[in-house]
Each structure stands twice: as structure tokens, then as C-alpha cells.
Design a protein around this ligand. Structure first.
Ligand SMILES: C[S@@+](CC[C@H](N)C(=O)[O-])C[C@H]1O[C@@H](n2cnc3c(N)ncnc32)[C@H](O)[C@@H]1O
Length: 324
């Protein structure tokens, strides 16, 4: 394993990209012809990098740190933006990694086009590989990751958290420090219909529902009609530093109706900066809709206990006979 160090690229072969395609040494003047990786590239990176509220909040959070003499480790650099910000604001050295080899190539190019590349080592690798193979040459004082999707866990939260816990010491600063996930119970047949079908032109095509998403999927809540059945409630809290037992989140219905699921969003604390995809915000993250397995009849003032699993699937904890 090699690093895309100062910016030297060394990668493991993958199914999409054989090792021979990886002779990249941008600093060393041998720049590969970039092939268009087409759909192997997650297109949401454009929207994310154009999300100036997100970028500015992360830059503010990094700029407030005292980074002199500090070693930083970042999980998941994408195009290298965060690694560059840490270097810009004074980190002694930034070790970063990117599991997607196409993005790692881009990050190598971006980083090497700045005057900061001497203080950045980029690995084209998953953080688990780096840590399992003890490839980080220095103990980081700061660990940063922005690997959040709309429902928090979909980009590998638990794997990243496991990796971070393996190398963090009690005094390591981990960003984000806390991620709180909130939800509201919603009656939302239009959202439910994004995920299941019963009939079309008189034919029963419900067999397709074996492909329904069980956990959650992104929705721009403002584009859909739905009826809130509860006030916002705390669904779960996540930290990379320690595993938090599932909060026994419960929703207090303020209106009777048929709950189709939970609409959720997060508030992630990067120092004193909060990044959120709460309803009404216009960032690149959508909100997350967690469909129930079956619609649930709720009465006004009824308290509904909800359990969220590690995939983000939410199950109401109610006796079977009260289910619709
Ligand atoms: C949401 S993007 C953020 C990129 C960058 N940190 C930023 O904020 O602009 C997260 C990136 O992390 C990468 N990633 C996710 N989990 C990873 C892991 N365990 N190891 C290495 N890269 C990872 C993904 O491929 C993706 O490019």
C-alpha cells in the first residue's frame, strides 16, 4: 500500500481499476490521462461542494482550532477540500484517505495544484485498511470526518466510528463531536408511494415491493404534501468517540392519523458550528424518510415508542393489534 503522498498515489487494485492504472505520481511529474469514470463517480459531490453553507461552516470550524504542531487524520476526503483547509489553517501534517479511486485521483490533482501538498498525505484507501495495516505514521491529535448522508448512517457511519475508536486517544479531538437526529411522525401517502406499489392498470404488481427500501431514502420534504402528526423528537444521538445506546425515542402524537413513517434530519456539531438538513434548509442534503413496514394508526396524545436500528430502519414499538 502506498500513499498518495505529497501527492504520491499508490493504490490497491480494485475490480474497476487494476493496479497498472494506478501509476500516478502527480508531484513526480507523471500525470495519468484522466479517463471519464462515468457512473463510478457519485455525482452528489458537485452539489455537496457547491453547498456554500456547509463549506463555510466547516471552514469556520477548522479555522477556530489551534492546529499549530498538530497532526490531523481525515476519513474520506472526496476532492481534498477538508485536508486543504486543515493545512491552510496551520496543521503540521494532514493524513487523509479516500476509498473511491476516481475521487482520490482528483484529490491528488487538486492538492498538488496548491502550495499545501507538502503537508498532506493522501491514501487511496478505505480508513479500515489504513488502520488495520497500521499505515498511519503518526498519532493524530485531531480526527475529522464528514461522511454523513441525509439519514446519518448510510455512508458507513458505524464502520468509520469503529475505525476512529481504534486510533483515538482520550484527548483526541474528534469532529463532529455529536450528531443528533430528529424526526417527526408523518402521514404521507405520497412519500410512501415512492417506495411501494400495489396495482397498475388493474394488475397486482405488489411483487415489486420486495425491493422497497426498508431503512430510509432522501426526500426534499418541501416538494411533498404530508401531515405532521407529532412535534419534532430526538430519534438518536451518534458520536464517533463512543457507542451510544439507542435512545428510546418516542413521539407524542398531537393529531390522530395514519403514520406512514418518520421524516428525519440531523444536527451535526463541528466545534460550535452546526450543520443540519432540517426542514426549511436549502443545502445539498435532502431530509430522510423512514417508511414504516405498515401504516400505523395513531391517536392524538398517544405516545409512540420508536426504535431505530443501525441501518436507520425505524420500527414503532406498539402491540400488533393496534397496527392498521
Ligand atoms: C460526504 S464526502 C465528503 C468529502 C470531504 N470530506 C468534504 O467534506 O468535502 C465523503 C467521502 O468519504 C469517502 N469515504 C467514506 N467512507 C470512507 C472510508 N471509511 N474510508 C475512506 N473514504 C471514505 C467517500 O467515498 C466520499 O468521497
Amino acid at each position: 500500500m502506498t500513499a498518495i503522498s505529497e501527492v504520491v498515489v499508490e493504490k490497491r487494485p480494485t475490480a474497476q481499476a487494476p493496479a497498472s492504472a494506478f501509476a500516478v505520481n502527480i508531484r513526480g511529474r507523471k500525470v495519468p490521462a484522466l479517463i471519464n469514470p462515468a457512473r463510478d463517480f457519485p455525482a452528489w459531490h458537485f452539489a455537496m461542494l457547491n453547498d456554500q453553507d456547509r463549506n463555510r461552516a466547516l471552514e469556520r470550524a477548522i479555522s477556530k482550532l489551534d492546529l499549530q504542531g498538530k497532526v490531523v487524520f481525515e476519513v474520506g476526503t472526496g476532492c481534498g477540500l477538508i485536508a486543504l483547509l486543515f493545512a491552510k489553517y496551520g496543521a503540521k501534517h494532514v493524513y487523509t484517505c479516500e476509498a473511491n479511486s476516481h475521487l482520490a485521483d482528483i484529490a491528488a490533482r487538486v492538492i498538488s495544484s496548491t502550495g499545501l501538498s507538502e503537508r498532506i498525505t493522501l491514501y487511496c484507501a478505505n480508513s479500515s485498511t489504513l488502520i488495520e495495516e497500521s499505515l498511519l505514521p503518526e498519532q493524530p491529535e485531531v480526527i475529522f470526518t464528514e461522511t454523513l448522508d441525509c439519514g446519518v448512517v448510510g455512508e458507513g457511519f458505524y464502520a468509520v466510528a469503529r475505525d476512529i475508536r481504534r486510533i483515538a486517544r482520550p484527548d483526541t479531538l474528534i469532529m463532529p463531536g455529536l450528531i443528533q437526529q430528529y424526526g417527526i411522525l408523518v402521514e404521507a401517502p405520497t412519500l410512501a408511494k415512492l417506495n411501494r406499489v400495489d396495482e397498475a392498470c388493474g394488475f397486482d404488481i405488489s411483487a415489486l415491493n420486495i425491493f422497497s427500501t426498508r431503512s430510509y431514502f432522501p426526500v426534499r420534504e418541501r416538494l411533498y404534501d404530508y401531515t405532521p402528526l407529532s412535534e419534532p423528537f430526538l430519534l438518536h444521538e451518534y458520536t464517533y468517540a463512543e457507542e451510544r445506546p439507542a435512545v428510546s425515542g418516542s413521539a407524542l402524537a398531537y393529531r390522530s392519523g395514519t403514520a406512514d413513517g418518520v421524516l428525519s434530519w440531523f444536527e451535526a456539531q463541528f466545534g460550535d458550528e452546526t450543520i443540519t438538513n432540517s426542514p426549511g434548509t436549502h443545502g445539498h442534503w435532502h431530509q430522510a424518510f423512514h417508511p414504516f413496514n405498515a401504516p400505523l394508526e395513531v391517536d392524538a396524545k398517544q405516545e409512540i415508542a420508536l426504535r431505530i436500528d443501525n441501518h436507520g430502519h425505524i420500527a414503532p414499538q406498539v402491540p400488533e393489534e393496534t397496527r392498521a
